[in-house]
Design a protein around this ligand. Sequence first.
Ligand SMILES: [Fe+2]
Ligand SMILES: [Fe+2]
Length: 232
Amino acid sequence: MTAQPAQAHRTADLPAERPVPAAGPVDASPISLTPAAGDDLDPVWRSVVTETRTRGNDIHLPISLAYAERLCDAHPDADRLLVRVAILLHDTGWGRVDESRIISEGFTGDWRKAAIRFEHEKQGCIIAREVLPGLGYAEPFVDAVCAIIDGHDTRQDAYSLEDALVRDADRLWRFDHAGIALASGWFRMDPATYTDRLQAEIIPELITAAAVEMASADLGRSRALLKTAVIR
Ligand SMILES: [Fe+2]
Ligand SMILES: [Fe+2]
């Protein structure tokens, strides 16, 4: 008897309209007011503590998870657990690549196409496959998580609503002042220049209207807080 192939985990279709309109409530208040809720993912966090110690993942991942949960509120059709687990793990692969190459290759030149970008995606999938099955996550679910992690930085388009929400959550954390503080240094930019870049380059990349609304609100608050109009 041959084994039946495991059924693929169902994902929601990504509407064609851009930005994708929200179907549920949009919360654009400061992200610190709504940390990621629940403790169901605590075992996953505990499994990747080592990998969170690289490239600011212990700041980026929990903040992006909080944004991902807001995006799921705005898009109730999305598989919430898939989005949450995928955003939690998406960058853990940075913990297993050559750290000296992260800044030298990962944030300069054509950084989106740098080999180290592909490597951190591949390593992230390996980590997901190491960690999730032992915590009770079914194989089709793990496959769906890896499908999002693989290519999250290097693939041009999102292929599902869940993939799109992970991509938006991955960008949204940069608009909070904690994200600006950390990521401006990676790009060797002062905060004013970095916030200009967020406005010009990152907002147009956002897929959902909810993310655009949150990013714009955060950007206004962060610019005021950091006095970027004056300190430039
Ligand atoms: Fe990444
Ligand atoms: Fe990321």
